[in-house]
Design a protein around this ligand. Sequence first.
Ligand code: ARG
Length: 580
Amino acid sequence: MDIITKTEKIIKDVLSENNYEEENVVLSVSSRPEFGQFQYNGAMGLAKKYKTNPREVAQKIVDELNKYEIFENINIAGPGFINISYSKKYLTEYLTEIFKDVSENVKKYPKKKIFLDYGGANVAKALHVGHLRTANIGEALKRLANLVGNEVISDVHLGDIGRQSGMVIYQLREEHPEWVFFDENYEGEYPTEIPITNADLERIYPLASTKAKENDEIMEEVRKITAEVDKGKKSYVALWNIIKEISIKNIKNMYTQINAKFDLWEGETDSYPYIDEMLEILKNANCLEESQGALVCDVKLDTDKAEIPPLVVIKTDGTTLYATRELATILSRKQRFNPDEIWYIVDSRQGMYFEQVFRTSYKSNLVDENMKFEFIGVGTMNGKDGKPFKTRDGGVMKLESLLNEIKEETSKYVQDSNMEESEKKDISDKVAVAALKYADLLPNVEKDYIFDISKFCSLEGKTGPYILYSVVRMKSLLAKSNMSDYKMYDIYSQTEKELITKILEMPIRIDTAFRNKTLSEITEYIYELDSLYNKFYAENRILTEQDESKKQTWLFITNLTYKVNKLLLDTLAIDVPDRM
Ligand code: ARG
């Protein structure tokens, strides 16, 4: 069990032995480290509740806590803040225990089944930087939820149908009218391949989109084709399936590069078999009404401060739309996985839409109240001008180009080394992904932020390269020591003590990160930890230290810090290179 929960339990026992009832005992990091490593601030609240003096309550608690050998120097500050430190003996024991598996020092939650929907790339459209953030954040949240004891399932929920299908098919028909897909009289089997690459698709979609925007007739054609694909016209579906395959291959490759791993590669169209049943459920619950030819679900509530419009479930022309497939997907997930919670990590601009979807689901009993929906709105990545990030020539920034620009920047870190080219590339790629991910996970999830390549690739400050550099140094120090067996003997300096306290703090930070879904809590923590480690490193000559106990202790602390880093970087899906 993690040290914080363990301590909170002890305090809770002490309180109940003294007939103080307290639901929530919370230990926090000491705001005055000179007085103690952690503090308990509950005495004031208890004194109020039991109408006594807070210092008296605090004294009672302290007297009891003093009976436990694991603590040392427990004292009261101010009106009744209790400062707590652990004895050296206990710290040595505890750190030795978690050395075997640092995830022991993580607070665990009762296991739930959490379904995460993130990534959300759209077929036939280039993956842009917006999809990067939802993938990075979703992947990290999934791993975090898992780390604290949940079962997790992830789905990329590809946008594999919709207007883009009409656009691409329209343009292909313009360019290849001779293809059998466009021959209304063709009755044979349709081909399963076409001479088109992903690069072609990246040209075709924007081209068709511009044309349709400029010309109403073309837009009408696109609409018609889109509706035909939705209704299952054989030739178009066959063609669209080939396009999907080409595009998904590229999407998979991009997601692999940024370590986003999905259990399910389902798309909006995988919900088609559930649409009828979903509509039936909504209908039976009186949740569907006609409005200007469309079918909508009224979701407003008396308590709403701003008006929430009804959710359109079926379009005027009888075809499905994003929301139809969303609701059918919910039904499918419920029937196949029956999760306790579904989390959506999506661009924050879809917040209102998801509110409509969630309300529709509860109102119609598509899911029951016990199933919890969570919308995690993600802010956008902006350029230095504060507007959505663009390429040098002003186009939409594709994820691929962005990654390439960063790789160019990080390649300078290995330029002069005498490693093989392939190793150089591997390292600079890993550093690039770390730079990108760390920068993406550092600001609050919902915040827009400014992307600044040179800042994010810097070796100083809160950056991926700084963290990797620190971790690789720990690793190489351990390798150079040529020792595999060492243990902790003592604590020799104030910096060491601070570093150890920082390690003990981990469960508090992970707990906050999980409860608030703030990954910045973890990126900040890693930075604090590594800064302290680097201070410790600068203060000591570890490898040449003559005092054997000291040397062993320092190697032990180095390895423990390394392990904590690894655990957390794994959680953020950031890889560490072997050297740098
Ligand atoms: N494809 C969507 C987009 O690019 C994101 C999908 C999010 N997930 C969902 N279940 N709607 O905006």
